[in-house]
Design a protein around this ligand. Structure first.
Ligand SMILES: C[S@@+](CC[C@H](N)C(=O)[O-])C[C@H]1O[C@@H](n2cnc3c(N)ncnc32)[C@H](O)[C@@H]1O
Length: 239
């Protein structure tokens, strides 16, 4: 996507979209819980994961908290999280080399690492290691608002259970209310499924005036859009 297009699309409201929670949400979430299908891990994600693994293991050995900022884009939020949590190791994950590039990130805090990776694959590898996060932010993921794209949204994706299993406080932000409603509903569906699971979710909340944490958030605020979030805290997470 070139810059001009990115600027224009960032502040666009979602209008041509599915209007309410998808009728196949429950079926899709339960199917992915039952059949933990995982596509082969992409080679480039495996390579960066193995490169980063010693750094993460060292942080864990020192009892430092681990924070993931998934779909971090230009990593503005990753830097903010790192500054607010100087003891933590904060990993910004995005598949776009351009967004992660030097143009945006010439001065990162020392406790940040950025990785160009597929989130679903990175989460799966992290879960296999048994790593537990303190916090996990997913701020303004691509909404995929067309009905036929439910499985591209994180709660409709096979990786959803890996995301939950990584633990910590998970915060999703979006400018599309249906995304937050579906995400919250998917958490409830997973929780209701097993006694080993009792996730606690705030449900959809409107984000009141806050200092923007990301470039997309800033653009949405400037164009007067309503923004939403849902936060998952605590709870047993055995699947
Ligand atoms: C709408 S942008 C939001 C970026 C940033 N969080 C912000 O609010 O400014 C969505 C980001 O998710 C990234 N992304 C989408 N799908 C991804 C995936 N499967 N793995 C990693 N990154 C992904 C895109 O490259 C893009 O940077």
């Amino acid at each position: 996507m070139n810059k001009t297009h990115e600027k224009q699309s960032a502040s666009r409201q979602i209008i041509d979209a599915q209007q309410r929670i998808h009728e196949n949400l429950e079926k899709t979430v339960l199917k992915h819980l039952k059949f933990k299908h995982q596509k082969p891990i992409s080679q480039h994600t495996l390579i960066v994961f193995n490169q980063l693994k010693p750094v993460i293991l060292a942080a864990i050995a020192e009892n430092r908290p681990l924070i993931f900022d998934s779909c971090c884009g230009t990593a503005m939020s990753t830097s903010i999280l790192a500054e607010e949590n100087p003891d933590a190791l904060v990993i910004g994950i995005d598949r776009s080399a351009i967004r992660l590039g030097k143009e945006y990130n010439n001065k990162l805090p020392d406790n940040v690492r950025l990785v160009q990776a597929e989130c679903a694959d990175f989460w799966h590898l992290a879960k296999q290691q048994g790593w537990k996060l303190q916090r996990h932010t997913i701020l303004y993921p691509n909404p995929y608002p067309k009905s036929k794209h439910l499985k591209r949204r994180w709660h409709g994706h096979p990786a959803f259970s890996d995301l939950l299993a990584l633990g910590g406080e998970i915060e999703l932000r979006t400018n599309w209310k249906v995304y937050a409603d579906e995400f919250s509903m998917a958490v409830k569906i997973v929780s209701d499924q097993s006694q080993q699971c009792n996730l606690v979710c705030t449900g959809t909340e409107i984000i009141q005036a806050i200092k923007p944490m990301t470039l997309f958030e800033k653009k949405y605020q400037e164009s007067g859009q309503k923004l939403y979030r849902t936060i998952i805290r605590g709870g047993k997470r055995e699947f």
